[in-house]
Each structure stands twice: as C-alpha cells, then as structure tokens.
Design a binder for this molecule. Structure first.
Ligand code: NAD
Ligand code: TYD
Length: 369
C-alpha cells in the first residue's frame, strides 16, 4: 500500500538525499518535504523532484505545531521521518540555544501534533509511524579499545548538540510508552556524500583545497569517526520503516572507522589524482595551486582542539544486520571517490551555499571570510 510521508529537514543534507532515494524507489508514495530553510537548508537540493506531482514542499518550522497538525490532516500523512535539527557540533558550542529549541522543543512539537492527529483524533489508528533520526553522538566517546556503541550502551552526550539529540530520543521513547505513539529511532554514525554542507569535515576539506585554503585539523587529528555513505543511511531508515519493531531503536553504520588526519590525507591524495588526470580541472579551479602541483597535503594545518572533543565514535550494527538484514551497499573506496567527483562537478551548488549566511558564521568563528 502506498504511503504519505512527512519528511522534516528535507532540504538538508541527509533529508534531501532521503527524499531523492525514496521518490525514486517508491514512485507511488506522496512526500511532503518540510523545512524551515535555515542556513543549512537549501531547496535546490530537491530540484530533481520539485516537478513530481507526488511531491509537495512546505516551508514550515517544526516549532509551529498547529501548522504541522494541519499538514498531517490535510495530506492524510501516515509516516513522519524526522530529520530536522541543528546539526553542527561546533555551532552548538558557540550558540547552543537554537539546538535546544529545534532539537528538543521542535521534536516535542512534532510529537504533540502526531499524537493529536493520530491518537486523540483517531486518524490512522493502527498504521501510523513516527521515525526519529538520531546520532551515535548520544552515546558519548569511546577509548581505542572499547567495544563499539550498541543499542544498550548508556547515553553519555558530551556536546550541547549531542545532549539535545539525546533529549529528543528520550521524548520520542516517552511518547511511545505513555501515549502509544508508534515510534522508531535510528542512531547513525557520521554520514558523507552529495549535498553535505561545507562546514563539515569532508566537504570542508574538498572545497578548501579548491580555494587553496588551510585544512584545519583539530588537536592531534587522531580522533576517530565511523563514516557511512548517505544513501546507505537512507536504506537503513527504509528497512527500519519496513521491518523495524515499533518502540525499538536501531544503530546504523558500516564498520568504517577513520582517524581524522588519515581521512584528510586520503582526500588530498584523491583530489590530487583528479587534477593530474583531468586537465580541465586545472582551468576550472585555477586557485587550487597546491592540488595542481599534486601537493594538497601541504595545506594541512593543526589548529586548537574543539572543546570537549569526543575521541572516538564507532557503531556496532549487529542488531540492524540481524533483524533488518541491513548491509551498506557503498564501500568507502567508491563512496569517497563519488563524493569528491560530485563536489568537483557541482561548484555552483557549494558556491551558492557559501554565499549565504554561512559566511557570517565562518567570519565570527575563524575571523576570515
Ligand atoms: P543538516 O544541518 O544538513 O540539515 C538539517 C535541516 O533541518 C536543514 O534543512 C534545516 O533547514 C532544517 N531545520 C533546522 N531547524 C529546523 C526547524 N526548526 N524546523 C524545520 N526545519 C529545520 O543536517 P543533516 O546532517 O542532514 O542531519 C539530519 C538529521 O540526521 C539530524 O537530525 C542529525 O542529528 C541526524 N544525523 C546526522 C548525521 C551526520 O553525519 N550528518 C549522522 C547521524 C544523524
Ligand atoms: P564534523 O564533520 O563536524 O562531524 P562531528 O563533529 O559530528 O563528528 O567533524 C568530524 C571530525 O572532524 C570531528 O572529530 C571534528 C573534526 N574536524 C576537524 O578536525 N577540523 C574541522 O575543520 C572540522 C569541521 C572538523
């Protein structure tokens, strides 16, 4: 049976990739793409589906509960996939308020609207689903020898971002136990891929190489992250919606741990290779003198560490593998090449993103534009 999805944060990095994935795989389903279009939201990310008659864009803030209720009723929504969030750890350190507002109060506003429409008013009594998209950062940090995070690892968030996501996870859980809302939650590791906002490590490194700017490595660069190609995250959520048990949480990851300095060096090497093999890049990105010389690594600069910087994240995906049959399809080798190629071919996208208010924040943060 076809579904009607409300996807929040649909103009952001993962939300947009999810909508594109979903509409291609399930052309009969209707998708209401909701987004407040903050600095991180870009409607252009959804250009490929804008003309699809099963697609509707709603420029709405998740804090606006009456509007959400109206959307749920008017479109007969049966499934919410909730991505909308403030998502950048560094911003949460300098400006935490927006994280509490959107990630905690905003999630609660969505839960209240869903409860009103689906439970109190009795629409879709048996087949609704509220899927909450969360992060491995709620579990805190690991030492090099600790086992990876499983669904039973105690929560120990260390940044305001992680704390706000942890609070939202708890609220979602409570709406299941208290009101019977049919919820599921997925906690995923770091994503990478197309449409990733260039304040995050991987796109930041690629675009800085193209401007011949320093590649800032926080602290000693030995912090470890577990990277997953964004479409594999979308696949995981799809499986949770299809086979996941209501009230349960699932950790999604691809067992792919990298120290930051190693991933930055790998990107430098691959960008240098693209420049050596595709001569038109030399004309298109004339500023990228280090890459043109095959020396992008020379741009690496160690800078002051992030306060409270988590040392290591790693996801144990056993439950998703066993119960949902989840397996990522993209290897890191292919995924990172695809991602670099996407940024090289989509200069217009990231230039436009960087012309926006992002630049004001960058100037405040780093004293440069
Ligand atoms: P993003 O910052 O790229 O996108 C967030 C989107 O939410 C933007 O389009 C923004 O406009 C929108 N938004 C923000 N506040 C809103 C509000 N009040 N109302 C409506 N829309 C609002 O983030 P992302 O990287 O795509 O992350 C999406 C979700 O996935 C988040 O919940 C994040 O916690 C989670 N997550 C991210 C990662 C990752 O590596 N990026 C990993 C695991 C989980
Ligand atoms: P980020 O992409 O911000 O994701 P998260 O903090 O959610 O894991 O950062 C990934 C890692 O890269 C993290 O350990 C911080 C580090 N980092 C740098 O070393 N330099 C940078 O300029 C940025 C943005 C991140």
């Amino acid at each position: 049976m076809s579904k009607v999805l409300l996807v929040t944060g649909a103009a952001g990095f993962i939300g947009a990739n999810f909508v594109l994935y979903w509409m291609e795989k399930y052309p009969e389903d209707k998708v209401i793409a909701l987004d407040a279009l903050t600095y991180a939201g870009n409607r252009a990310n959804l250009a490929a589906v804008e003309d699809n008659t099963n697609f509707t864009f709603a420029h709405v803030n998740i804090l606006d509960e009456p509007v959400i209720e109206a959307l749920l009723k008017d479109h007969n929504v049966d499934t919410i996939v909730h991505f909308a969030a403030e998502s950048h750890v560094d911003r949460s350190i300098t400006e935490p308020d927006a994280f509490l507002e959107t990630n905690i109060i905003g999630t609660h506003s969505l839960l209240k609207a869903a409860r009103q429409v689906w439970i109190e008013k009795g629409l879709h009594p048996s087949d609704h689903r509220f899927h909450h998209v969360s992060t491995d950062e709620v579990y805190g940090t690991l030492s090099p020898t600790d086992p990876a995070f499983s669904e039973t690892t105690p929560y120990a968030p260390n940044s305001p971002y992680a704390a706000s996501k942890a609070a939202s996870d708890h609220l979602v859980r409570s709406y299941h136990h208290t009101y019977g809302l049919q919820v599921s939650t997925s906690n995923c590791s770091n994503n990478y891929g197309p449409y990733h906002f260039p304040e995050k490590l991987i796109p930041l490194v690629i675009t800085n190489i193209l401007f011949n700017k320093a590649l800032p490595i926080y602290g000693d660069g030995q912090q470890i992250r577990d990277w997953l190609y964004v479409e594999d995250h979308a696949r995981g959520i799809d499986l949770v919606l299809e086979k996941g048990v209501v009230g349960e949480t699932y950790n999604i990851g691809g067992i792919n741990e990298w120290a930051n300095i190693d991933i930055v060096k790998l990107i430098c090497k691959l960008v240098d290779e693209y420049f050596a093999n595709e001569t038109e890049l030399v004309q298109r990105f004339a500023k990228a003198t280090a890459a043109i010389a095959g020396q992008s690594e020379s741009l690496i600069t160690y800078v002051k560490d992030r306060p409270g910087h988590d040392r290591r994240y790693a996801i144990d995906p056993t439950k998703a593998n066993d119960i949902l049959g989840y397996q990522p399809q993209e290897s890191f080798e292919t995924g990172i090449r695809k991602t670099i190629a996407w940024y090289l071919n989509n200069e217009q996208w990231w230039q436009a993103v960087m012309d926006g208010s992002y630049q004001d924040w960058v100037s405040k943060q780093y004293g440069q534009s």
